[in-house]
Each structure stands twice: as C-alpha cells, then as structure tokens.
Design a protein around this ligand. Sequence first.
Ligand code: ADP
Ligand code: MG
Ligand code: ZN
Length: 637
Amino acid sequence: MNQRWRLIALWLLPIGVVLLIAWQILSSGGLNDLGNRGPTVAPRNTAVSRMSYGRFLDYVEAGRVTAVDIYDGGRNAVVEAVDPDLDNRVQRLRVDLPGLAPELINTLKQESISFDIHPPKTAPPALGLLGNLLFPLLLIGSLIFLARRNSGMPGGPGQAMQFGKSKARFMMEAETGVKFDDVAGVTEAKQELEEVVTFLKQPERFTSVGAQIPRGMLLVGPPGTGKTLLAKAIAGEAGVPFFSLSGSEFVEMFVGVGASRVRDLFKKAKENSPCLIFIDEIDAVGRQRGAGIGGGNDEREQTLNQLLTEMDGFEGNSGIIIIAATNRPDVLDSALMRPGRFDRQVTVDAPDIKGRLSILEVHCRNKKLEDDLSLESIARRTPGFTGADLANLMNEAAILTARRRKEAIGLSEIDDAVDRIIAGMEGRPLTDGRSKRLIAYHEVGHALIGTLVKDHDPVQKVTLIPRGQAQGLTWFSPDEEQSLVTRSQLKARIMGALGGRAAEDVVFGHQEVTTGAGGDIQQVASMARQMVTRFGMSDLGPVSLEGGNQEVFLGRDLMTRSDVSDSIARQIDEQVRAMVKHCYTETVAIVSSNREVMDHLVENLIDKESMDGDEFRDVVAKFTEIPEKERSAPILD
Ligand code: ADP
Ligand code: MG
Ligand code: ZN
C-alpha cells in the first residue's frame, strides 16, 4: 500500500508543477490586462459577496438592479443592486449564471438595466505553449505510472488493466420494457429467439435432460432491421436484466482497456444472472486476427481473446446468454463461431411487404391516421425499407401533420415523408427559364424510356421540384421483392438512366448537353461493368473477373490478391464501352422518334411541376402504344 501511494505521488508531481506554472502565468497575465481593457475575469475579491441566480432574478423583477457586468462568456456576473431598506445603498454582488442566455439579455433590455459583456481573455502566448506541453507531460506521467505498476507490483502486467475499471462503459437496463409484440416483420428470427426466453426462464427444462444451453447467438443483418430491438425483447419477455455494450467501445487507445471492460462486464453479469448480454457491432472486435499491416491491432486481439476466454469460462447453465449483432459476419474470426461460443446464427433481414405492413401497424399504434389511409399502400410504396426506416417514416409523417396543423396523418404526409427519406429535403421550385426546360426534358427522357422499354420498372412520379442534390427527379416503382434481375432488365435500367442525357442531346444538340447527367452516367458505368465482370453477361462469357467487391483486408490480402491480367482488363473496358454505346444508340432512337410526345409531356410538366405515373402514361398513350409490363403481384393476405 505504501508503495502505491509513493507511485501516485510520483505521478501527481509533474501535474502539480505544471498547474502551478499555469496558475502563475494566468494570474500575472490577468493583472497586466486590467490597466487598458478593464477586468476580463470577474473580480474574485472577498469584498464582493455572492447571490444565487434565483435571488438575482427576484432582484431584477423588483427593479433593484442597476447594472450588470457579465464575465467568462456568461458564466458569472457582478451585479450592482440598491437596497431600499438601507437607504438605497449600492451593493455589489457576484452571481453564477447558467450561461449567456438570450432571455436574460432580453429581460435586462426590457427593464432597461445597463449591462456590459466582457469578452473572455485571450490566453497569453506562454499559456498556449503550456497547453501544448500539458498533454505530452500528462501522457508521459501516466505512462511512467503504468510502467511502474507493471514492473514493480507483484501482480505483474495484469494489474495495469485495473485502469479500465473506473469507467465501465456498458449499460445495464434492469427492465427493457420491450416485448416480442413490439418487433414485427421478422417472423423467422422471432421464432428462433423465442426459445432463448425459455433458456433464461426455465433452464431446468433443458439441463434436466442433459441438454447444453447455447451460450451465444449471433444476429446477422443490415442496420435498422431490429437486432437491438429483438435482443431487448428477449430480455423483456424473460424479465431479466439487459447488459449492452458496443464493439466499437471495446477498442480503446490504451491496450488492455477493452479486455478489462470485457472482464468487468462478465463479472457484473454473473452477479446479476440470469441475464442477457448484448454486444452490438461485434465485428469491431471480432475481426479475423492477424489481419492488418504490422501484425494487426494488439488491443483488438487482446479484447477478443478476453471475450473468448470469458465465454469458455462459464458453464452452460450459469443463466447468462450472450447475443451479438453484426452486419458483417464474413469478417468475423472463426474462433468466435466455434461450438460453445456464437454457434447459433439468426438472420434478421429487411422485411418483405407483409413484414413492412406489420411493422407499420406497430408504429401506428400511438398515432392518429386518417380513416381512408391504407397501411397496405404504404407498405407497397416502400420496398427495401427496414424497420428503422419505417419507424422514421411514420415519425416524419407525424411531424409534417403537426406542422400542417392537421388532425390525423394522411396520404400526402406519407408521400412527402417517403420522398424526403429517399431523396432528401425539398428545395425551392426552379424559376421558369432555359434551365428548367432542360431539366424537364432530362426527366421526361428518363420517364419516357422507363415507360416505353418493356422491361423497365414503371414510372411512379416525375417532378421538377428539387430534392437533396437533384434538380428534378423521376421515381420508378420497383417490382416487389425482386431478387433476381434479368439481363434485359439490366439493359432496360441502363437505357432508362441514359434517357436523361439522350433527351438533352436530341433536343438541345450535342454541344449543349449538361453536367446534370453525371450521376446517371456513373450508375450506367457501374451497372455495365458488373454485367461484364460479375454476372457473365458479355461476350467474355460467364466468368467472374473480379473477386467480388469485398473489402480488402489490408495486409492479409494485399500480397496475395490476384488481379486480372492487363489484357483482360482491356477487354473488360471494351465490353463495357460497347454495351453502353449500344444502349445509348437505342435510347437516342426511342427519344428521337417520340419527339412530339416529349414536347407535350414537357409542357405539361413545366405547367404542373409534378406528374404521377398514371397522368404521365395517359399523355404518352395518346401518341404511342405502351408495352404491357409484367409485374409479380405482391402477396398479401
Ligand atoms: P439494428 O439494431 O438492427 O440496427 P434497431 O433494433 O436499433 O436496429 O432498430 C431501430 C429502431 O427501428 C427500433 O427502435 C424500432 O423502433 C425500429 N424497428 C426496427 N426493426 C423493427 C421491427 N422489426 N419491428 C418494429 N420496429 C422496428
Ligand atoms: Mg443496433
Ligand atoms: Zn438524370
């Protein structure tokens, strides 16, 4: 014990010295300043007595305050007040303020009390230098401290890791309050996890027949699909405490802190068993070891090792179940997935249309909807939305409803909220002029190709109201839950994306095309390249020519990564170019032969600013035949 105190003193010494010097410089600097600019730090002499903020407000109201001097960026003030009981004698009082609040300034103005705000003093140069020195000194101090303890203490290196204990960063919720009813649209995952509730509530049912209760489950799925929510629901249903911690919080600057956090977490959990431990973003610690230039991240590996040790260390029936979540199961270290660790994987995917409908029902429980608003049509409009997106959508719609001072959420609020979530904030409409015309032709180009090419998704809406980065937008309604895309659909999408540029080209001429098609062209390039290199849809045949688009693990893959040869790379480029060129020629042909209908559509669009799919198709149908689109009907029962 004696030794420890000596060590602490050793550590505190440099800090003390530094603080002393800082104080010296500060006070002398303050004095120098007094002469010319008036005091910049509230005078701290004892002759001025203190007053509470509440009292100060009372004094203001009573009209007793005559002047206020505000210091330290509004954190304290010296107030001059008169005392009617003492012959209106002037008192000077110090007040601590909650900050420079505009309300206070307004009140002072209203009461016409004279006030002055003294700017905070700029630190003298020496102090700045000192500030720079302070950090390394502190660091050196603490390093010495740590090193001393490592070598000098009987406990050895392990002792240093007590360091993490002081700021345990995990959260514990005794009662999550979430039930399985609150999670919708992920039926399979829910079924899998309902069993876990029984593990926690009645472990004897399994242990009595000699079954090992699984220790860890891995929830795999994209962000926002409800992984955290599911874990909380399990704890909520089982009525056990919920410990949670995010993988990224394990990884700290100091080696060993993460490992010690893991140890603390498990210690606390054991004290509170039965309970559930939730580790979010486990890929932050659980990445394959040995990856990374220069031997990888020591800290992460130590943390991971600690986690594995802890998981092995408790018996299967200790009443603790660990649930981890990730969206990158492919990068996890295989040691994590071994039997007895996270050996059960549950996939939590983005919901299908039925799932979306039931999620919407959950999130509409506490909201007022117009009677004729059909949740089904919202579910249909939102393919690809996750549970979090849908929750966000209903919330945005509710906010819009309140802003418009309506009683209940209606279809127009939902529509606006969907658009806003997908494409960003609505901007101001363009003023009429040449560029509005050009944008109109560009969008009509996209929409017309989308309508006239058989395999393209149908147009849902065309608009000239800017949103996010886009000046105008064309929305298509994608086929419900389409997982396989055909070659002709991909080709149709390329043509649709080229439609904007083609229209500019045909109508305004080769020299007048604009940068507006930049985003379209990027998309076209990536679609065409994938058709060649990933989907085997070119003359090069069904060969995969790139190792997918996996993230390269620095260091591990850098050396061994096989790339395509120069000559293949050239052939890929040629194929991509030929494909895009061919599509562009076809697109221009369609646009040119439908010039008349385009002009009509553009007049219409400039007039109305937005056209929905049916309006658009009605105009087109007057001029030319629209091919029937094959759609898989969504199943809803
Ligand atoms: P994840 O952990 O998968 O990223 P969360 O569980 O944190 O997603 O989800 C965020 C929020 O989105 C939840 O609090 C909930 O409001 C909503 N949400 C997500 N998935 C669902 C779902 N399946 N059912 C109901 N609400 C959901
Ligand atoms: Mg989460
Ligand atoms: Zn475009």
